[in-house]
Design a protein around this ligand. Structure first.
Ligand SMILES: [Zn+2]
Length: 146
């Protein structure tokens, strides 16, 4: 396991961070225009406190959306193995943090519904701040411990 390289994943000045994020920004813009992922058409209105909405979405569909939306590279970016590949969120933002950023932008008050699909779309846009790395299971476990 490459500890130095794993540490680079959280460093916004590192090549691996900048390179992954720059590619991801373009990927998000192109894919959002043509995607047919059903979560974006979820018309259910959410009301209540921001944290409650974020927790609810974080528990299930936000995770599934990430897995469907972001593609995985061909190999682990740390060790180059191509088995058991997973998508790992950069540690600078959690999925919950990005949901809160999206909800913040749409929120009016705790009785005015905001549309779930709109939250999901903005949640994906917020990933322009946070690279998703392709890691094998071993490197992912290691990364999550540092
Ligand atoms: Zn690996």
């Amino acid at each position: 396991m490459d500890e130095i390289k794993c540490n680079e994943l959280n460093n916004i000045e590192s090549e691996i961070f900048k390179d992954t994020l720059n590619k991801q920004i373009i990927f998000i813009e192109i894919k959002l225009k043509k995607t047919r992922i059903g979560f974006f058409n979820d018309k259910m209105g959410c009301t209540g406190e921001k944290e409650v909405i974020a927790n609810h979405l974080n528990g299930g569909n936000a995770r599934n959306l990430i897995q469907q939306f972001f593609k995985t590279d061909d190999a682990c970016i740390i060790c180059k193995k191509n088995k058991s590949l997973q998508r790992a969120h950069c540690h600078n933002y959690t999925r919950y943090d990005l949901l809160i950023l999206a909800i913040d932008e749409l929120y009016i008050d705790n009785i005015t519904p905001i549309i779930t699909g709109d939250i999901f779309r903005l949640f994906i846009v917020k990933h322009k701040l946070c690279p998703i790395y392709t890691l094998c299971r071993d490197c992912h476990q290691y990364y999550d411990k540092i």
